[in-house]
Design a protein around this ligand. Structure first.
Ligand SMILES: Cc1cc2nc3c(=O)[nH]c(=O)nc-3n(C[C@H](O)[C@H](O)[C@H](O)COP(=O)(O)OP(=O)(O)OC[C@H]3O[C@@H](n4cnc5c(N)ncnc54)[C@H](O)[C@@H]3O)c2cc1C
Length: 361
């Protein structure tokens, strides 16, 4: 099947689901009974979580001052939000368009516990059940269960999706964050590929940028990854393209994948690479999470660089000419630094201030 035809099918499926939109949500009569859910949980070795709104300690019906203070202090941090089965990075994605949810108050000026909120605390846009997956087989079971019961299915890794696609009211969610092992394989040949091998990091889809960088430091290797430590380096980041500090040297994240293991909508576990399921391999490298649930990736691993430099920050320039001169100087430095074994990338914020500020460049 050609890349163009796979894309047309993807779009056609999306169009149908937008019009049909008749998934069975938690709380509706069609949703699986407690007995059916208990059997499903057993098949998963107990890894099914019935979610609760994490902010309930701050609401009058269930108020607990000490817990609420802890929540107010922690709930804005990436670490806290990433550790929750039913949370995503941006609170607006946790709340439904009708305002349902359970937002936590911010810290008080004197550090005392926030007052109890008189209002309703509900899951809002968060899933009702989460499969905390430990292996590809769990994902396969979850996909088949969702298909059999017509459930809204979501995939969440770190929850960084700007558009909130890792959240979904009344959904069953596949949580991949704990598939975060990473090991070095030297001279790896993708299945069915002959005459080619490369060193790879063989990793679960839950490895975040910080963990991947640590893996590199431990193994004297370097691979791709983003700028923010908590972004899922082998999950949504990779499936969407993936740009980071080593991109000037090695290309985008997707340029460095040599093989995926993926669960497709029928629940089958498939290998996708340049020899097997090539259409899926093509679609996953940039097509996001629409084509299956990735359960393992094999990414090229390179010998460690002399240095990985990121130049980032707000720029305040005297005038446009000095701003351009600074950018040109950095671009001119890029090639000799790359040749000397450095990877240099630049993120500039606020260059439009050049005209109004007169400090330095
Ligand atoms: C603070 C911040 C910093 C960022 N920095 C960078 C950066 O430096 N470089 C860059 O390129 N991007 C960056 N991004 C964008 C980021 O890569 C995307 O938001 C990406 O989708 C996050 O993926 P995730 O798995 O961490 O998040 P999630 O929200 O968990 O997932 C994102 C999407 O991918 C899907 N998905 C996740 N895992 C799988 C899987 N295993 N199989 C199938 N589908 C899956 C989810 O369903 C969802 O639709 C940043 C985003 C934020 C919020």
């Amino acid at each position: 099947m050609s890349p163009r035809s796979i894309l047309s099918i993807g779009l056609a499926i999306q169009t149908v689901s937008i019009h049909a939109a008749a998934y069975c949500l938690a709380g509706q009569a069609c949703f699986p009974s407690d007995d059916v859910l208990a059997t499903f949980e057993q098949s998963l070795g107990g890894n099914l979580i019935k979610t609760l709104p994490y902010g309930s300690a701050c609401y009058s019906a269930t108020y607990n001052a000490e817990e609420c203070l802890k929540l107010a202090n922690q709930s804005q941090t990436f670490d806290f939000r990433e550790s929750q089965a039913a949370a995503v990075m941006y609170i607006n994605n946790e709340i439904t368009k009708d305002g349902e949810g359970c937002p936590v108050p911010i810290t008080t000026a004197d550090g005392s516990p926030p007052a109890a909120i008189n209002g309703s605390c509900t899951l809002g846009n968060m899933p009702s059940y989460v499969v905390n997956v430990t292996c590809a087989h769990d994902v396969s079971l979850a996909v088949k269960f969702a298909a059999a019961h017509n459930l809204r299915l979501r995939i969440k890794n770190s929850g960084h999706d700007y558009a909130g696609r890792s959240a979904g009211k009344g959904a069953l969610s596949i949580w991949t964050r704990h598939l975060n092992e990473a090991v070095l394989i030297e001279d790896f040949s993708p299945e069915g590929v002959h005459g080619y091998s490369t060193d790879v990091v063989s990793a679960g889809p839950g490895v975040n940028v910080e963990e991947l960088n640590q893996w590199g430091a431990d193994n004297a290797r370097v691979t791709i990854g983003g700028y923010t430590p908590s972004v899922g380096a082998t999950g949504g980041y990779l499936l969407g393209g993936g740009f980071g500090p080593t991109a000037p040297h090695f290309g985008m994240g997707v340029d460095n994948v040599v093989q995926f293991e993926v669960i497709t909508a029928d629940g089958d576990i498939k290998i996708a690479n340049s020899a097997k399921n090539q259409d899926l391999f093509w679609a996953l490298r940039g097509g996001g999470g629409a084509f299956g649930v990735v359960t393992h990736v094999w990414l090229k691993a390179y010998p460690a660089l002399a240095a990985v430099n990121t130049v980032a920050g707000p720029v305040v320039c005297q005038d446009r000419a000095s701003y351009e001169q600074m950018i040109n100087t950095l671009i001119d430095l890029q090639v000799p630094l790359n040749d000397a074994g450095h990877s240099v990338s630049q993120i500039w914020i606020g260059h439009n201030q050049c005209a109004i500020h007169s400090n330095y460049c």
